[in-house]
Write a protein that binds this ligand. Structure first.
Ligand code: K7E
Ligand code: CUA
Length: 631
């Protein structure tokens, strides 16, 4: 340690001291790292003593977790490294995106299924499972705005399937089956609508309903739906593969806020998957409108449930629903009630087996945690962490102690209440949605940042705070701004995700484009050629830094032109772009990828195309001309 650092240590940690000390961070300890956050010196040192984990990821070092963030109204997914909270990549999903050409390329248009929508609203990202933990194959995400769900391949980090869900409006919660592996993806329809919604019923809320949907996770086809009472909010699967639960609000089926606030109690609804599969196999279902999807009738809240559904009354307007990593409990967060409702999966099983009479017998306890509980997460050591929106706090509580208190024992189940900044929505701990919950990091996704960052106009970023939960005491270690509005995140151990380094030449993502080339007699890796097919023109070219295989091609005014580029570079990270001036054409072509884009050549004249991704010292010179003859 040099004199200056020694001085800093004596006088308290200054920002300058931190910057100077990073090279010896190991010796200097976490306290210096905290100095960067602008804590007072004493505060930083206190944190240093208590903080168990090093969150500062020095230049050249790598994060230990992937954070898959939903992107909210942006319609995308974002990948952040944890603990650095550096944004590593964005995955356009429902949105159209300028840099990669998502929504413009033929390959992305196939995934988007010709949807007229160029936007989405993603809330919940979850990964596919095997035996209760992540298998590294897929991520799934909802689109509340346009009632869709998407699957993202985690090798190429691009969506490969998007499915529009029939008969419902606004998909909100999603959860993959966790055990033994993800055969189904389940999703909850949030808003109630007339069934069918074809104009025959309008202002007649007695005809409004919603459905829970099961998709085949392999094909992303809709397999069946279940008709329920009430709106559905968040949704969760258990660790046996047998049950799915959803919180429901608006059990009175109101259409105005006042009506929705009418009933004292709403419910959590549980679905018996094997019983529903049996009903579908035996033809005990209906269909709605022109949708062929089997719909099993699970309405029956007044009776406590049906053979397919169980309605557990809970305080009004519950929000989050989460499965504990010990596989035992399912916890609904009260939102308008200061409580969380702890239910037991085995009691849900008992109810369907006819061993319980009252749905409320599935409830073990309803501990108070604070004002506005929204979501709950877990550390794998028996503690739960609930986000409380109105109190702006993360509340750590012990599940066993809450159960003991409910049995009348004098125990304090609250472990700690930590202030966050400000108004927390979702909360998530590392690996907490799996049986491998490891209790290291927790992210608080806060809806308001207010004074935490320098002002950027009336629209402020969200504030996502990283909390070290490895010790007895929670420690706030980092503020991270985010473009509005991620709702949820999963934090996944880095060894469980295995992304491709370059594309495989036979990747199914561009198989249809490759098949078209084969029919044209074109070898994508060798040929640079123009094929005319009536007024359709297919231009095939390679790219190899710093050259396009074609530096010019000619078409006629009015032609429909498809440019297909195959990137021959094998070196990691050497992506090219194909951008055509004044035509709105731009796309990414990563190493060994084939990408194509179709546009109209309506303007006679000379139009330059250029490589839009920096690839080489002669990147600026990587260009060519499209010559358009006038008609
Ligand atoms: Cu709480 Cu859409 Cu998960 Cu937002 S939902 S917070
Ligand atoms: Cu190729 Cu820039």
């Amino acid at each position: 340690m040099n004199d200056e650092q020694d001085q800093d240590k004596k006088s308290g940690v200054s920002r300058r001291g931190f910057l100077g000390a990073t090279a010896v961070a190991g010796a200097a300890g976490a306290g210096l790292a905290s100095g960067l956050l602008g804590f007072g010196a004493g505060e930083a040192q206190a944190r240093a003593r208590n903080s168990g984990l090093e969150f500062h990821v020095a230049p050249g070092e790598l994060d230990t977790y992937y954070g898959f963030w939903s992107g909210g109204q942006s319609g995308e997914i974002r990948i952040l490294g944890i603990p650095s909270q550096r944004e590593l990549m964005r995955i356009p999903v429902f949105n159209h995106e300028s840099a990669t050409g998502w929504g413009k390329t033929n390959e992305s248009k196939r995934v988007l299924n010709g949807s007229p929508h160029t936007n989405g609203d993603t809330h919940h990202v979850h990964l596919s499972y095997e035996n209760g933990t992540y298998d590294g194959r897929y991520a799934f995400v909802n689109d509340k705005l346009n009632t869709r769900v998407a699957r993202i391949r985690l090798d190429i980090m691009k969506p490969d399937r998007i499915t529009e869900i029939p008969n419902v409006a606004a998909i909100h919660g999603i959860n993959p089956q966790r055990w033994p592996s993800t055969e189904y993806l389940f999703c909850s329809g949030e808003m109630i609508i007339p069934l069918p919604n074809d104009g025959r019923h309008l202002d007649e809320p007695e005809h409004y309903w919603t459905l829970m949907t099961a998709l085949d996770a392999e094909t992303m086809d809709v397999k069946w739906q279940v008709w329920v009472d009430g709106n559905m909010d968040n949704l969760v699967t258990d660790y046996s593969g047998k049950y799915v639960g959803a919180t429901c609000y608006n059990s009175g089926r109101g259409v105005t806020l006042a009506e929705m606030m009418g009933p004292e109690r709403d419910w959590a609804v549980f679905f018996n998957v094997p019983a529903i599969e049996k009903a579908v196999a035996e033809g005990d279902f209906t269909t709605i409108g022109d949708s062929p999807v089997p719909v099993v009738d699970g309405r029956g809240a007044a009776e406590g449930g049906t053979a397919y559904t169980l309605y557990v009354p809970v305080p009004r307007s519950p929000h989050g629903l989460n499965s504990s990593p010990d596989k035992k409990y399912v916890i609904a967060s009260g939102k308008l009630s200061p409580t969380v409702t702890i239910m037991e999966w085995s009691k849900v099983d008992d109810w369907f087996a006819g061993k319980l009479n009252d749905p409320r017998d599935t409830v073990l306890a309803e501990p108070e945690v604070g004002l506005g509980p929204l979501h709950t997460t877990f550390d794998g050591r028996g503690n739960a962490y609930t986000s409380v929106f109105l109190d702006s706090q993360v509340v750590k509580w012990n599940i066993d102690d809450a159960l003991r208190a409910a049995r009348g024992e004098q125990v304090n189940y609250i472990r700690q209440k930590l202030d966050i900044h400000y108004q927390i929505g979702h909360i998530m701990a590392s690996m907490a949605e799996t049986v491998e919950a490891d209790g290291k990091w927790l992210v608080a996704l806060n809806k308001f940042s207010k004074d935490r960052f320098i002002p950027v106009g009336p629209l402020r970023p969200e504030n996502e705070q990283l909390i070290d939960i490895s010790g007895e005491e929670m420690k706030l270690v980092h503020d991270g701004p985010a473009f509005p509005e991620p709702h949820d995140v999963v934090m996944v151990r880095a060894d469980l995700v295995r992304p491709a380094r370059v594309w495989s030449r036979d990747d199914p993502f561009f198989a249809e484009t490759a098949e078209r080339a084969r029919q044209d007699g074109v070898d994508l890796e060798r040929d640079n050629t123009v094929i005319r097919d009536g007024n359709k023109v297919r231009v095939y070219m390679t790219s190899l830094a710093p050259n396009f295989g074609l530096t010019e091609f000619s078409v006629k005014q009015g032609d429909e032109v498809t440019v297909t580029v195959t990137n021959l570079d094998r070196i990691e990270d050497v992506a090219h772009g194909f951008a055509l001036v004044n035509h709105g054409v731009n796309m990414e072509i990563s190493p060994q990828q084939t990408a194509s884009i179709t546009f109209a050549a309506n303007k006679p004249g000379v139009h330059w195309y250029y490589c839009s991704w920096f690839c080489h010292a002669l990147h600026m010179e990587m260009s060519g001309r499209m010559l358009v003859e006038s008609a």
